[in-house]
Design a protein around this ligand. Structure first.
Ligand code: HEC
Length: 111
């Protein structure tokens, strides 16, 4: 029993110790961005459906942060109806590509 617990703890620690890989391709990410741009790509970082509301600015954000956020929406650790719905279709590669694209595309200060 004790050994099982120790093994489990070691496995969890090992998983946590693996650094987040942000090996995305910004060009590929740009192509995948069409399903995000309707909300995240509008100057002023607002979108209009169903009401006008603000969205976070992603351009210039760290890729690791974006990867962590998207995985959080996938796992349900973060919850937001739009984001939980959209991340369902993303693969690990999609997430890394999108993160690399957004990191490399600083889109100016929010206004
Ligand atoms: C329908 C509008 C909409 C679409 C489409 C959309 N998002 Fe979002 N996104 C939001 C909103 C609103 C939030 C803020 C949610 C919250 O408060 O948790 C958000 C949050 C995020 C965050 C977290 C930002 C932060 O600073 O915490 C990331 C990363 C993100 N979106 C990436 C994407 C990507 C990549 C796509 C395309 C695959 C996408 N979003 C598509 C509306 C959208």
């Amino acid at each position: 029993m004790k050994i099982t617990t120790i093994t489990l703890c070691a496995a969890v620690l090992l998983t946590l110790a693996v650094p987040v890989q942000a090996a995305g391709d910004p060009k590929a990410g740009q192509l995948k961005n069409s399903m995000c741009a309707g909300c995240h790509g509008i100057a002023g970082w607002r979108t209009a459906y169903p009401d006008v509301y603000s969205v976070p600015r992603l351009g210039g954000q760290h890729a690791d942060y974006i990867v962590a956020a998207l995985k959080g929406y996938q796992s349900g650790e973060r919850s937001h109806p739009s984001m939980n719905a959209i991340v369902g279709s993303l693969s690990q590669q999609d997430i890394e590509d999108l993160a690399a694209y957004y990191e490399s595309s600083y889109s100016g200060p929010a206004n």
